[in-house]
Design a protein. Structure first.
Length: 581
C-alpha cells in the first residue's frame, strides 16, 4: 500500500512530537520489573512459594516472556531518540498541557455527586480533617501475617497485637473483647522450597496480654528433588473459629517426599488444650518427574456447628483439582471426615472458589470463570446454579474477598470490582434479587497526544494479566443497610490495576448512592463498630492510578454519612495490609 506524502500541515509540529516522545519515554515501563522498584512479586513475596500463589505468579511471569521480547525492540527504538531528548532545547520546546478532565460526573437521580478527597499520592504521614479521632484500627499483613495497631489520634503504629507471627496467621475477635489467634511462625530455607511452620492457638485478652497458649502442630517439610514450576515451600495451614467462639478448627498439610500429609485439629481455646486430631489420606507429592503441590484454600464451619468443610487446591503441570473434605461435628469433636469424590458436582469446576455454608445442610461456591453461584447438598450434588452474567467473574488472590454474607437476612452480596457492579442473592437459594452498578467516572488518564503516547508505550511493553488483590473488596455497614465496595481499573490500562475509589450502595433499594475518590490504591475496607466511619487501606509502592511510586502503605478514614476524609495516615511501612473487622 502506497503512503501519500506528508504535507507540511498534516502532522504534529516538532514541539508536539517532542512532547509525544517525552510522554512515551516517561510513561513506558517494562513490566513487571525495573531496577530499584518493588514489583507485585516482591510485595507478595511472603507466600510467593505457596502452591496457589506460585501458580499465579508463574503464569504471570511466563506472560512476561513475550512482553519483554517486544519491549526490548521498543527499547532500541527509544534509544534512537535518547540523544535528541537530552539535547539543550529552547524554553519554547514542547506544548503546554491542558488541565485534566474533571474526575466527577454531574449528579444524577441515581447517584449522589462524587465526594472530593484530599490530593492523591504522596500522602501526608498524618493529617486530620476535623475533630480528633480516638480509638485504634488493626492492620494485618496480607502476606506477612503480622498484625499491628494504628492509633487514630496520631496515625502511627502501636505495638504488634502478637509478636513474631508470619503467614498464614489469623486473628478472630472475641465477644467482649480480645482475640483468638491462630498463630503461625515460619522458618524457611533460603530458596523457600522447604521449611518449618509452627502453629499455636493463643487467647489474647482485652489488655493485649496472652492469657493462654496451646501448641497445635509443628510441620516440617522437605524439598522435593524434582524442582518444577509447581514446587512450593511444602507447608500449608488454615483455620476457622466455631460459632461458639471457643472451638478452633485447624487444617494443615506438609510434604515429606514423596507424599503430602494432611489433617484437621480441634482446639478448645477456653481450656487451652487440643481436643482431637484426625489424619486425612496422604496425597502423592511427586511421581519422580512431576511435582504436585497442596494448598488449603479455606475451612468453613456450618452455622449450627454441625459440619465442617475443608477445601484444598491440588495442582501440578498435568492437573488442577479442588477437593472438598466434609466432616461431621458433635460436641466439638469431629465424627469422621469424608473426601467428596472427584466426579461429584462440587468438584467439577476447580477454580479456587470462595464459598461456605449457605445453611446448616447446604454449601455454596462462587467461581470466577464461568461466574456462577452454585448451591450443593452436603454429599456434593448440585441443587441449583445461578449464572452471574458475562464479565462478572473476578480472579482473586484471596478466595471470597469479593463476597459478603448477611446471614441474618439470608443474603449474599457479590461485588465485581472491575465493572463496579453489586449483585444481591438469596443465600439459601441462589436467586438473584437485585443488581446495581455504580456510575462511570471520568477518565483519570491523559488525553490528546499524551494519551496516544501512552498507548504507544502500552503497545511497546504489553501489560500482563493481573489478579485482584483486595482483602476484602466489599463490606456491609453494621446494620446491613449500606454496602461499600472498592473499585479497580482494568488491568489493560496500566502495569498494575489502580483504584477507582469507594462506591456506596443502598442494599435495600439496590442502587448506588455515592462515590468517594481514592486518595491511594485502595486494597481493603472495613467499618467502625458503630457504622460512623469507613476505613480503607492503601497499598504501598503504587498510587491510585497503579503507577509505581515507592511510597508507603496508608490508612484513610472516611465519614460514612458524608464521604469526607477525616484522617490520613500515610507512613505505614511497605506491608500490604488488610483491615481487621
Amino acid at each position: 500500500m502506497d503512503t501519500p506524502p506528508l504535507r507540511p500541515d498534516s502532522g504534529p509540529t516538532d514541539d508536539e512530537l517532542a512532547a509525544l516522545v517525552r510522554d512515551v519515554a516517561d510513561g513506558w515501563t517494562m513490566p513487571p520489573q525495573r531496577l530499584g522498584e518493588r514489583t507485585w512479586r516482591d510485595r507478595v513475596g511472603g507466600v510467593r512459594r505457596g502452591p496457589r500463589a506460585r501458580r499465579l505468579a508463574g503464569a504471570w511471569l511466563r506472560r512476561l516472556g513475550t512482553a519483554a521480547s517486544v519491549a526490548a525492540v521498543g527499547t532500541l527504538a527509544l534509544g534512537l531518540v535518547a540523544v535528541w531528548l537530552t539535547l539543550p532545547r529552547s524554553p519554547s520546546t514542547g506544548v503546554s498541557g491542558s488541565p485534566p478532565p474533571s474526575t466527577h460526573p454531574a449528579p444524577t437521580s441515581q447517584q449522589a455527586p462524587a465526594v472530593e478527597t484530599p490530593g492523591s499520592t504522596p500522602l501526608p504521614a498524618f493529617a486530620l480533617y476535623g475533630p480528633k479521632l480516638d480509638g485504634r484500627v488493626i492492620l494485618g499483613g496480607m502476606f506477612s501475617g503480622r498484625y499491628r495497631t494504628v492509633d487514630l489520634s496520631n496515625g502511627s503504629f502501636g505495638d504488634d497485637v502478637v509478636a513474631g507471627t508470619s503467614f498464614p496467621t489469623r486473628l478472630f475477635p472475641r465477644a467482649g473483647g480480645g482475640f483468638v489467634c491462630f498463630c503461625a511462625t515460619s522458618a524457611y530455607a533460603a530458596d523457600q522450597l522447604s521449611g518449618t511452620l509452627t502453629l499455636d492457638a493463643k487467647i489474647i485478652g482485652r489488655d493485649g496480654a496472652v492469657a493462654r497458649q496451646v501448641r497445635i502442630a509443628k510441620l516440617v517439610a522437605d524439598q522435593d528433588p524434582v524442582v518444577t514450576d509447581q514446587e512450593s515451600n511444602g507447608v500449608s495451614a488454615t483455620a476457622e473459629l466455631g460459632p461458639d467462639g471457643r472451638t478452633l478448627y485447624v487444617g494443615w498439610a506438609y510434604r515429606t517426599t514423596p507424599v503430602w500429609h494432611s489433617g484437621i485439629t480441634v482446639v478448645d481455646v477456653e481450656r487451652g488444650k487440643v481436643l482431637q486430631t484426625i489424619k486425612l489420606p496422604d496425597r502423592s507429592s511427586t511421581d519422580g518427574l512431576i511435582v504436585t503441590s497442596v494448598w488449603l484454600n479455606a475451612l468453613s464451619v456450618a452455622p449450627d456447628a454441625g459440619h465442617l468443610m475443608l477445601t484444598m487446591d491440588v495442582s501440578s503441570t498435568r492437573s488442577h483439582t479442588t477437593p472438598h473434605i466434609l466432616a461431621s461435628v458433635a460436641n466439638g469433636r469431629l465424627a469422621g471426615a469424608t473426601t467428596i469424590p472427584d466426579n461429584t458436582a462440587i468438584n467439577e469446576h476447580p477454580c479456587d472458589p470462595g464459598g461456605g455454608f449457605a445453611t446448616a445442610t447446604t454449601y455454596f461456591t462462587l467461581c470466577p470463570s464461568p461466574a456462577a453461584y452454585r448451591l450443593f447438598a452436603l454429599d456434593g450434588s448440585l441443587i441449583s446454579e445461578t449464572p452471574l452474567g458475562p464479565g462478572s467473574g473476578i480472579d482473586e488472590i484471596f478466595p471470597g474477598s469479593s463476597i459478603v454474607v448477611d446471614r441474618a437476612n439470608d443474603l449474599l452480596f457479590h461485588w465485581n470490582s472491575e465493572t463496579r457492579t453489586l449483585t444481591r442473592l438469596e443465600l439459601s437459594t441462589g436467586r438473584i434479587t437485585g443488581t446495581a452498578t455504580a456510575a462511570a467516572q471520568a477518565s483519570r488518564g491523559p488525553d490528546g497526544l499524551a494519551g496516544l503516547g501512552r498507548a504507544i508505550g502500552g503497545w511497546l511493553a504489553p501489560t500482563v494479566a493481573a489478579k485482584t488483590i483486595l482483602q476484602p473488596g466489599i463490606v456491609l455497614s453494621p446494620d446491613g443497610s449500606r454496602a461499600y465496595g472498592l473499585g479497580v481499573t482494568s488491568p489493560a490500562s496500566s502495569s498494575e490495576p489502580g483504584s477507582t475509589g469507594v462506591d456506596v450502595f443502598d442494599t435495600a433499594a439496590m442502587r448506588a448512592i455515592a462515590h468517594w475518590d481514592p486518595p491511594a490504591d485502595l486494597i481493603s475496607v472495613a467499618t467502625s463498630a458503630d457504622g460512623q466511619y469507613v476505613y480503607v487501606a492503601g497499598s504501598p509502592d503504587v498510587n491510585a492510578a497503579g503507577e509505581q511510586t515507592g511510597g508507603p502503605a496508608s490508612l484513610i478514614v472516611f465519614e460514612a454519612a458524608t464521604g469526607k476524609v477525616r484522617m490520613i495516615a500515610g507512613a505505614l511501612g511497605h506491608d500490604m495490609a488488610s483491615i481487621l473487622p
